[in-house]
Write a protein that binds this ligand. Structure first.
Ligand SMILES: Nc1nc2c(c(=O)[nH]1)N[C@H]1C(S)=C(S)[C@@H](COP(=O)(O)O)O[C@H]1N2
Ligand SMILES: [Mo]
Length: 399
């Protein structure tokens, strides 16, 4: 069925759709509000009827761990800041922006310390980028088929970030000849820092102070974080307090003992910065139940750390045949891309799955292709295709 047929069926009530719609009762008069509504408010809140929330696991040390975004309950490509996933290694430091500074030093001619006020005077840019923890979907390496969209994919979110390009700061400081890498350090207690190729951060690194139009939330790094578009989550250093230009990577704990990918032959991949292309069908998806046969819009999200999503294909027969889904604009590099495909479910057991292709031609692999290439020792960078099985009773299960 083409899109027009789908809409026609949807709006004129073909048998399949009406089964899923409760029709307006006839003879009931519409009730109009007869009283004044709630008063104005200085800072908005969502309706009390809305319940989407981050999943916060029970932890012995509640400051250290991660909460996940309910991706299947978001629309479009922007994640509300209140639902942006959190990954903290040492809790959320409470930082007074008036006291916070950013030190730029190392192989530069003019080391400099910026206050927040000074940073905000510099030329700024806004960009929509996803942030994905490289541990997202990590459980799939060892125990495939666990969970739902939030549990399996919720360590990824997408926001508009505003701040000063790293390029502006480093050019202002004056890069020296030997400069090749940049260290970024946060002001929280985990002493996390990462080495980043200078070429990348000069191209599109952003020292961000705003997210979706307002100050970055404390859990996202208030008052300042580094955004390295498309790179694994932990390079996006929060509560950023130092950029140090150096001549080589510093082999920090978070790029040696952590965030390396152990291969079957005992060697490990290191500095696997770019998040590989990935996609997931968010509806219908694990844990949900389809009310009955009929018309559905298959919806999902796709993204790639290497640029734009070029194509998303969807299969409703477990991967035997594929059809291109519609990609919603804007389709931005290193941002979530929303895909949709009209579909009629006949009520039989089916397996649905999506695969993303990015602008470099990279195709999201199947689980088998991925584990053939990398084994299953790793904890990070799992981007296999996700299959959902819809049982005859409409219940959707993870495969
Ligand atoms: N200073 C600091 N930066 C940090 C972290 C941290 O614990 N401390 N966690 C990192 C990890 S592992 C990820 S995945 C992202 C998560 O960003 P978010 O919490 O805004 O979603 O931040 C990164 N930046
Ligand atoms: Mo992460």
């Amino acid at each position: 069925m083409n899109r027009r047929g789908f809409i026609k069926a949807a709006s004129f009530g073909a048998a399949g759709l009406t089964a899923a719609c409760s029709r307006a009762k006839t003879g009931v008069e519409e009730e109009l509000p007869s009283q004044l509504g709630a008063k104005l408010s200085a800072y908005g809140e969502r309706s009390k009827h809305e319940t989407a929330k981050r999943l916060v696991p029970e932890l012995k040390r509640p400051e250290i761990g991660s909460s996940t975004t309910p991706l299947a309950e978001t629309e479009g490509i922007i994640t509300p800041a209140s639902l942006h996933f959190e990954r903290h290694h040492a809790g959320v430091p409470q930082i007074d922006p008036a006291m916070h500074t950013l030190l730029v030093q190392g192989l530069v001619d003019r080391p400099v310390v910026y206050t927040m006020a000074e940073l905000k005077r510099l030329p700024s840019e806004s960009h929509i980028y996803f942030v994905e923890c490289s541990g997202n979907s990590g459980r799939e390496w060892k125990t495939p088929g666990a969970g739902d969209v939030q549990k399996g994919f919720g360590l990824a979110s997408c926001s508009e970030w505003t701040g000063v390009p790293v390029r502006v700061l480093l050019e202002e400081a004056g890069l020296q000849k030997e400069a090749k890498w940049m260290l970024a350090e946060g002001a929280d207690a985990c002493k996390m820092f990462r080495s980043l190729p200078l070429e990348k951060v000069l191209k599109d690194g952003l020292v961000a102070y705003a997210q979706n139009g307002e100050a970055i939330r404390p859990s996202q790094g208030y008052p300042l974080r580094l955004i390295v578009p498309g790179y694994e989550g932990n390079t996006n250093v929060k509560w950023l307090r130092q950029l140090k230009v150096v001549d080589q990577p510093y082999m920090a704990k978070d790029e040696t003992s952590k965030y390396t990918d152990l291969l079957p032959d005992g060697r490990a991949r290191q500095f696997t910065f770019e998040m590989d292309a990935k996609s997931v069908i968010t509806h219908p998806s694990g844990g949900r139940k389809l009310p009955g046969p009929g018309f559905y819009e298959i919806r999902g999200l796709a993204w790639s750390g290497r640029g734009r999503v070029e194509k998303v294909e969807v299969s409703v027969d477990g991967g035997a045949t594929w059809k291109a889904a519609q990609l919603q604009e804007p389709r931005l590099p290193m941002a979530f891309t929303r895909f949709r495909m009209p579909w009629e479910w006949a009520g039989n057991e089916v397996q649905i799955v999506s695969r993303a292709v990015d602008e470099t031609g990279y195709v999201q692999p199947s689980r088998e292709e991925l584990t053939d290439a990398r084994g299953s020792n790793s904890n990070y960078h799992y981007n296999g295709r996700k299959i959902w099985r819809i049982a005859a009773d409409g219940e959707v299960h993870s495969v």
